[in-house]
Ligand binder design. Structure first.
Ligand SMILES: Cc1ncc(COP(=O)(O)O)c(C=O)c1O
Length: 387
């Protein structure tokens, strides 16, 4: 079965009501016919649902589809993308272990790696996304995992997954990839050797800015450890959110096609604009890692970045002048969204720290929606004229 079909047709077994659309199992717990059935469920001798913190049919449907889309053996869904990132690291590492983490990662992941993991005795070395010699030099006897994101948020740097897979294999390290920006439609890190893949389902997977969610998929033995940790600590996805997200997966493929087509058209049109210093989009030949992006991403994704020649002040003016695009921190929505990291998400860093993680003063990130591309372009052009 093709992935597009699986995302539509994999469904929780039909109930006696003969519903066509998958039902929502909004229940905290499940009942048993006998004490023996209940004992056997707790002993894991059968696969009955017990309690929705452990498993729920609606959540299972979402996870099952995500496993098929990513080519994974097993998975677990969480309440948010950060819960997925956190648990994919924390459930597998312990005090005394060492993590190698790309320095170009989502802000909360950066905080997790640099501020919180060390509190629990897990050391972390940050390495530059595209400097293999830094990764090699970072390996220590207690290194257990490599964590990376590609394309990175918001700089759109591309890490060669084939190279990273070979690096992890050579050193016997768990390869943990946040595949949020590409979505499972455009890129599958497991094909390159990733052991664990996480997603913020809040983004392209939901696609309409409605619910938070996350998911971790990967090798069965690692997911088992993550499951046992999560079952006891409680970051589980709600059945309602899983129902919204499993419905969303039915349209993810067609939505990504339009997001990518709009983004490529926009990036191409903006490249020659007089107020823009550079445009970055993975499938634009001018992207520094274009050759890698073409190799590992089926399309360039829905995010376009550009640098305003006027810097910080221009960035703020640009946002204020927008009429159609939304000013909001989310991404991956039907509605196009603009953000200015230097004055918002990364404003607490010093300028040197910002530059260190690739946040330049005039950097604008556009999450390209599903509106007509000419309307998106016209709004950006009039805002450029005003800044
Ligand atoms: C790449 C990436 N990973 C993880 C997250 C965290 O996801 P959530 O907001 O669902 O917790 C985000 C959020 O923007 C993200 O962009």
């Amino acid at each position: 079965m093709h992935k597009q079909t699986a995302a539509i047709r994999l469904q929780t077994g039909q109930s006696n009501e003969m519903e066509h659309s998958t039902p929502l199992y909004l229940t905290s717990s499940f009942t048993f016919d006998s004490a023996e059935d209940m004992r056997a469920a707790f002993a894991e001798e059968n696969d009955y649902n017990i309690y929705s913190r452990y498993s729920n049919p609606t959540v299972d449907e979402f996870v099952h589809k995500m496993c098929v889309l990513e080519g994974a053996e097993a998975g677990f869904a969480t309440a948010s993308g950060m819960a997925a990132v956190f648990n994919s690291i924390f459930a597998l590492l312990q005090a005394g272990d060492h993590l190698i983490c790309s320095s170009s990662v989502f802000g909360s992941t950066y905080a997790l790696a640099t501020k919180f993991l060390p509190k629990y005795g897990i050391a972390c070395t940050l390495v530059k996304a595209n400097q293999p010699e830094e990764w090699e030099a970072a390996v220590q006897p207690n290194t257990k995992m490599v964590y990376l994101e590609t394309p990175t948020n918001p700089q759109l740097e591309i890490i060669d997954l084939e190279w990273a897979g070979a690096f992890c294999k050579k050193h016997g390290l768990i390869m943990n990839v946040d595949n949020c920006f590409a979505s499972p439609i455009l890129q599958n890190p497991i094909a390159y050797g990733a052991d664990i893949v996480s997603h913020s389902a809040t983004k392209w997977i939901d696609g309409q800015g409605r619910v938070l969610g996350g998911v971790i998929v990967g090798k069965a033995e690692l997911i088992r450890e993550i499951y046992l940790f999560c079952r006891n600590t409680g970051p589980t996805m709600s059945a309602f959110n899983a129902w919204v997200l499993t419905k969303s997966l039915e349209t993810l493929d067609v939505r990504m096609e339009r997001h990518c087509a709009n983004a490529l058209a926009l990036a191409t049109a903006l490249e020659s604009h007089e107020k823009i210093a550079w445009v970055k989009y993975p499938h634009l030949p001018s992207h520094p890692e274009y050759a890698i992006a073409i190799k590992q991403m089926a399309k360039g994704g829905g995010i376009v970045c550009f640098e305003l020649k006027g810097g910080l002040e221009s960035g703020r003016k640009f946002l204020d002048a927008l009429q159609l695009l939304s000013m909001t921190p989310n991404l991956g929505d039907t509605r196009s969204i603009a953000s200015h990291p230097a004055s918002t998400t990364h404003s607490k860093l010093t300028e040197a720290e910002r530059l260190g993680v690739g946040i330049t003063p005039g950097l604008i990130r556009i999450s390209v929606g599903l509106e007509h591309v000419q309307d998106i372009l016209a709004d950006i052009q009039q805002a450029l004229a005003a800044c």
